[in-house]
Design a protein around this ligand. Structure first.
Ligand SMILES: [Zn+2]
Length: 280
């Protein structure tokens, strides 16, 4: 079964995500476990998580992913920010365990003047701490970024180094189609380039490490290093790029999660899901 879904709102309670997903025809979801612009995390009550799990069981939705706040930065030379980030990710992982989510997707962050080698080491250490503090099944999922400034986690190689250093079955990768295009690690989604792209990821991070795909078109050109998502078929990747991706075996078995502006500007919508379904 093809898994196509989107980032959906949990305003009004976790269980609202399910209605929101169903209303746009999504059968897999990503949600924020807490406010994306705040450090503070409030764990959901048992009543909330029970209701959520009950509603999920009645639906055909899954897997479920959490997206960490944008503040998180485990590559930073600033120890205060790094500690806050580690603590935040620990809380996100706890929520993920409570609601039986597949994992927490996060961006590594910015290294500023740290050497890349040292930054990667700091990241691996942080991830080890988080996994140790939250035992269970839920995964920590590193998302590749658009290559802005000194952000860490742009290339398969960088992420691969962290994966090898952590050496845990609970660490995986989320590939964002727009970020990959914007950072220039793929400049065109042709069948041949898609194949080489997945070969490269497998070589650096190992097989079966890609857990989920963020499926977004891009408002900016390849190599722009500017992260601007666009509706499917309306950006520089183009509809044919997603059709080609749907034919790649290492991509079409994964959950596809949209994070697009939507045709009426209200976020990922029915229309984008319909377009993606038509790619298969
Ligand atoms: Zn993304």
């Amino acid at each position: 079964m093809i898994k196509i879904g989107a980032h959906v709102s949990v305003a009004g309670g976790l269980h609202k995500a399910i209605k929101n997903a169903e209303s746009i025809g999504a059968n897999t979801i990503q949600i924020f476990g807490s406010s994306p612009r705040q450090w503070r995390v409030k764990l959901p009550s048992k009543k909330e998580t029970d209701l959520f799990k009950e509603k999920i069981k009645e639906s055909n939705i899954g897997p479920i992913f959490l997206h960490a706040p944008y503040l998180v930065n485990i590559a930073t030379p600033d120890d205060i920010i790094r500690d806050k980030s580690i603590n935040n990710l620990i809380e996100q992982m706890k929520i993920a365990e409570l609601i039986e989510a597949e994992g927490v997707i996060f961006h590594i962050g910015t290294r500023k003047d740290l050497e890349i080698k040292d930054a990667l080491k700091k990241c691996s250490e942080a991830i080890k701490i988080i996994l140790e503090k939250v035992p269970g099944k839920t995964k920590l999922i590193i998302e590749n970024n658009a290559g802005e400034g000194t952000k860490v986690g742009t290339t398969p190689k960088e992420i691969g180094i962290i994966i090898k250093q952590v050496n845990s079955s609970r660490v995986g990768v989320c590939i964002d189609t727009a970020h990959s295009f914007e950072s220039g690690i793929i400049d065109e989604y042709t069948p041949q380039k898609i194949k080489s792209f997945f070969d490269e990821w497998e070589k650096e991070i190992g097989k079966n490490k890609i857990i989920v795909l963020h499926i977004n078109d891009s408002k900016t050109l390849s190599g722009s290093c500017r992260d601007r998502h666009e509706n499917i078929g309306e950006g520089y990747i183009g509809l044919q790029g997603f059709k080609n991706l749907a034919k790649e075996n290492r991509a079409n078995k994964l959950p596809w999660i949209l994070e697009v502006p939507g045709f009426s500007g209200e976020g990922s919508d029915k229309e984008n899901i319909k377009i993606l379904k038509s790619c298969f």
